[in-house]
Design a protein around this ligand. Structure first.
Ligand SMILES: C[S@@+](CC[C@H](N)C(=O)[O-])C[C@H]1O[C@@H](n2cnc3c(N)ncnc32)[C@H](O)[C@@H]1O
Length: 121
């Protein structure tokens, strides 16, 4: 399992948490717009409240989908901010090659979670 954030401080905290809970995770500092893994590496990708911080969020979604295996699971939790509407965000997921399987509201209209998969299985 691998996990990244662009902030060294966030990675430090996450590493401490994983150590305390006995989880074996390869943490690294990285940018979602240039993920240092070959295409189709992971069975599942999880993103929690990060992509709205990224100016080129379309590129971020494309990178996340690139490293996911076709047919893999992509869970993304987001807040309405950078994009003006959820349909705009959903278009970004579709452009990245992801099909939405389910979506759920954490706080209706403000916070949504999408469970997607990547085309081509
Ligand atoms: C609201 S915090 C969420 C942190 C964590 N995922 C969580 O759920 O607790 C947003 C995070 O996005 C990270 N971030 C911002 N731009 C990024 C980028 N281009 N690549 C990777 N992480 C980024 C920030 O460093 C920050 O830790």
């Amino acid at each position: 399992m691998a996990a990244f954030d662009i902030s060294l401080e966030q990675i430090g905290q996450a590493r401490q948490w994983a150590l305390r809970h006995g989880l074996d995770v390869d943490f690294f500092v990285g940018d979602v717009t240039a993920i240092p893994f070959p295409s189709s590496t992971f069975d599942a990708v999880f993103v929690f409240c990060m992509i709205h911080h990224v100016q080129d969020w379309h590129r971020g979604l494309q990178e996340l989908a690139r490293v996911l295996k076709p047919g893999g699971a992509f869970l993304i939790e987001e807040i309405l901010r950078t994009w003006s509407s959820w349909p705009e965000f959903e278009d970004g997921l579709a452009d990245a090659g992801c099909d939405i399987l389910e979506k759920g509201a954490i706080l209706p209209r403000l916070f949504l979670t999408y469970l997607c998969t990547k085309h081509g299985a």
